[in-house]
Design a protein around this ligand. Structure first.
Ligand SMILES: Nc1nc2c(c(=O)[nH]1)N[C@H]1C(S)=C(S)[C@@H](COP(=O)(O)OP(=O)(O)OC[C@H]3O[C@@H](n4cnc5c(=O)[nH]c(N)nc54)[C@H](O)[C@@H]3O)O[C@H]1N2
Ligand SMILES: Nc1nc2c(c(=O)[nH]1)N[C@H]1C(S)=C(S)[C@@H](COP(=O)(O)OP(=O)(O)OC[C@H]3O[C@@H](n4cnc5c(=O)[nH]c(N)nc54)[C@H](O)[C@@H]3O)O[C@H]1N2
Ligand code: SF4
Ligand SMILES: [Mo]
Length: 706
């Protein structure tokens, strides 16, 4: 027996923890956190330990498959790569040539941002099909953040990151990092970092309709009615202004318009909407202004609401008005070794360049809200989506009214998926093209290094070499782009095509080497290879503004028109009827969106799929704890077990996100602990934020005994 140790990266979630793998005779025998990693400092979570389970999972696809027979009862036939790529390119180009590019829809799921190859080569594939029907998980996640960053800071990815390691007051809305390991702040080892915050005399306050794992370890928890954060955040900003506590930087414009817009948004009004006492709202705002180092962060529970952009605007305002933006302990801008923003590797963003065909909703930075995907497939006429290409992801479980999308997918002429599982979405595909998985590919994180609480860089070479009959995702994309180029009747010049081909032939790792060499960080790929645990580039740096801004005038507009205009929609919104129930989602530490439920080590133990409901709400409906209930919304209903929980705010119920593997033909396992239903069979494609983000949180439901 020979045992060796290898250093790697877990890129299953935004925390990008460093790993130490123990390999015995070529098999992974232990997975631990890497104590020498300057960012993750030895942290690992149960999913990181399970990363090797994906490799050996018999359900993981290793070769392309073609579906024969119906979706519910299919035969999946293994085919060769050339045949699979030819077939996919033939069918997609045939549909484009006959019906136009908009007839092909493209959906990019969350795992794309976790794959280097997708980051370097995915855009070329998306571009090869010049369709307006481009969708991604962004519009069920962080679209408000990107829209605001575009409008206020001039670039969609110029996102201020809480300086958690140095702050004295951390105010978190709709954020549960004890389960999620952080989001839009790459923060591995959140538990230890929170302990350090407390040890230096700091405080964390959590605002959430559920007493979450994070609320339990915070210094204070405030229950809030789902969807009402916008009122609290704006009222807090108003307190700063009316009590003369605002100290914004000199390069912030539009403050008079902000003051006017907030004039009647009093804490009393916020109390009526949210349930948080007006005095508490005032005190929090004052504390924020006087704490010295303080920062506000809002995530999924705030982003995925009907007024997600207005609420996230409130977050930005609080950090700007207290002077905590770009300041140590506040909301800071990172200095990554590869600066995707500064070097223009990702565009600044745009809005409304085109609109969706059926509902006329504007695109944001090249994509339409995924909430319109079903109607674009269902509605006949020129531009109807007839074929779909998904690149990782599972929109049947992860986007609003998934049941409707599930039906719509059944009506497509053709569907292809780049994925290594047959999930609730890819089961509809005619062809599935499975790339190598995490430990089989090189990794450098272009995205999350740029969103991290500390500047570091790390390159992890593949732990396992891929076999000759496997393909990396970027090779699949390159193969498809080349074939589509040959088949599409387009005007693009031969020269342009040759350039694209040459660029696609460059591997992601060589691209990283080039970007490092030509960047200003002095970090090289060779240096990273010699330091497999990563190189520390130090804490976040203050004073980066206004130079770092990408706005045309080099200043911040605190009052973008698009945002102010949405206030009238907020004022016209009707509160949920008294006595009604609102549904929110939740994440468990051992879940990873809609997948990894095949891993035994993540699914053994106590069931966690239940609808959580306050005992009072159960009693008033004469429903017994543990019984089966029907949960119904305006769009659908599901039947699931209910569990009494004092951690829920009365009037609010919760289902986990990413469950509901019961659909026939799916090969995502259904261990008893994660059996259950999809929360998105209840969410509504009509409830949308102004950004186009889905309003997933706070949907009004009824719960009745079955
Ligand atoms: N274990 C695990 N980790 C993950 C993931 C996973 O699936 N599992 N997914 C990853 C992904 S893709 C992302 S984007 C991040 C997300 O990371 P987080 O934003 O931390 O996501 P959640 O854990 O869903 O936390 C959202 C919280 O918002 C609360 N909430 C719901 N509605 C409202 C509301 O109206 N107002 C307020 N104030 N709170 C509300 C919920 O109760 C919940 O506690 O996690 C990442 N990490
Ligand atoms: N109600 C409700 N809905 C939500 C959320 C919520 O909190 N509540 N959260 C939203 C959020 S934040 C997100 S990010 C979305 C996620 O939604 P999606 O991105 O649509 O779904 P995932 O579950 O992340 O995608 C899982 C699929 O990706 C595949 N995959 C994993 N890694 C790779 C890879 O490296 N390459 C390829 N090609 N495929 C891979 C897996 O095999 C699996 O089939 O869900 C959103 N939906
Ligand atoms: S926290 Fe995220 S990155 Fe770290 S081990 Fe867990 S899943 Fe992997
Ligand atoms: Mo996400």
């Amino acid at each position: 027996m020979t045992t060796i140790t290898r250093t790697s990266t877990c890129n299953l979630c935004e925390a990008i923890c460093g790993l130490r793998l123990e390999l015995t005779d070529g098999a992974v025998t232990a997975v631990r956190g890497d104590p020498e990693d300057p960012l993750s400092r030895g942290h690992i979570c149960p999913k990181g330990v399970a990363i090797a389970d994906v490799l050996v999972d018999p359900d993981r696809l290793r070769a392309p498959v073609r579906r024969r027979g119906p979706v519910e009862d299919p035969t999946w036939e293994e085919i060769g790569w050339d045949e699979a790529l030819d077939l996919t390119a033939d069918r997609l180009s045939g549909i484009v040539n006959e019906h136009g590019a908009d007839a092909v829809g493209v959906y990019l799921g969350n795992p794309n941002v976790h794959s280097l190859g997708s980051m370097t080569h995915g855009a070329a594939l998306a571009k090869a099909i010049p369709t307006r029907n481009r969708f991604s998980a962004t519009s069920v996640d962080q679209l408000p953040h990107q829209l605001l960053a575009h409008l206020m800071y001039g670039h969609q990815l110029l996102l201020p990151i809480p300086d958690l390691d140095r702050t004295e007051l951390f105010l978190a809305f709709g954020y549960n990092p004890m389960a999620s390991n952080g989001s839009l702040m790459t923060v591995p080892d959140f538990p230890a970092r929170l302990r350090e915050l407390k040890a230096r005399g700091g405080r964390m306050v959590v605002v959430d309709p559920r007493r979450t794992e994070t609320a339990r370890v915070a210094d204070e928890h405030l229950f809030i009615r789902p969807g009402s954060d916008v009122h609290v955040l704006l009222a807090m900003a108003r307190v700063l202004i009316t009590e003369d506590l605002a100290r914004p930087a000199a390069y912030v414009d539009g403050l008079d318009r902000v003051a006017a817009a907030l004039a009647d948004r009093t804490p009393e009004r916020a109390e009526r909407a949210s349930g948080i006492p007006a005095d508490r709202i005032r005190a929090l705002a004052r504390e924020l202004a006087t704490a010295g180092r303080a920062v506000v962060h809002g995530r999924i529970g705030v982003s995925t609401t009907e007024f997600g952009t207005l609420a996230q605007w409130g977050v930005q305002l609080l950090n700007l008005l207290t002077g905590n933006t770009d300041r140590v302990g506040g909301a800071m801008f990172t200095t990554p070794a590869i600066d995707v923003v500064g070097r223009g590797l990702v565009g600044r963003g745009h809005r409304g360049v085109w609109h969706s065909r059926v509902r006329g909703l504007p695109e944001t930075s090249g994509e339409l809200p995924v909430a319109v995907l079903s109607e674009e497939i269902e509605t006949p006429g020129p531009g109807q989506v007839r074929a779909l290409l998904t690149m990782s992801g599972n929109p049947v479980l992860s986007t609003p009214d998934g049941a409707r999308l599930d039906r719509a997918l059944g009506g497509l002429d053709f569907m292809a998926a780049v994925d290594f599982y047959i999930n609730e979405t890819t089961r509809h595909a005619d062809v599935i093209l499975p790339p190598t998985s995490h430990l089989e590919r090189d990794h450098y994180d272009l995205v999350f290094n740029a969103l991290a609480v500390r500047n570091t860089a790390r390159f992890s070479p593949a732990v396992f070499a891929k076999s000759a009959d496997q393909r990396h995702d970027w090779q699949i994309y390159a193969g498809l782009v080349r074939r589509l180029g040959q088949r599409l009747e387009r005007r693009s010049s031969v020269r342009k095509r040759l350039v694209t081909r040459a660029r696609l032939a460059v591997s992601p790792t060589r691209t990283v080497a080039l970007l490092l060499r030509t960047g200003s960080s002095k970090v090289t790929l060779r240096a990273l290879r010699r330091a497999p645990s990563g190189i520390d580039l130090g804490p976040l740096r203050e004073g980066r503004l206004p130079d770092r801004l990408h706005t045309r005038d080099g200043r911040i507009d605190a009052a973008p028109d698009l945002v102010l205009d949405d206030l009238s929609r907020l004022d016209a919104a009707v509160a949920p009827p008294a006595g009604s129930l609102q549904l929110i989602g939740r994440r468990h530490q051992r879940d990873n969106n809609s997948w990894m439920h095949n891993a035994e080590r993540l699914t053994r133990g106590r069931a966690r799929h239940q609808l959580l409901m306050h005992p009072q709400d159960l009693a008033s409906r004469s429903i017994a704890d543990g019984s089966r209930v029907r949960v119904a919304s305006a769009v659908g209903s599901v039947v699931v077990e209910v569990q009494a929980s004092e951690d829920m705010m009365p009037g609010v119920v919760s289902l986990p996100h990413g469950y509901g593997h019961g659909r026939p033909g799916s090969r995502m396992h259904r261990a008893a602990s994660v059996e259950g239903v999809s929360i998105n069979d209840l969410t509504d494609t009509e409830i949308l934020d102004v950004s186009g983000n889905a309003g997933l949180s706070g949907v009004v439901v009824t719960v009745t005994a079955e």
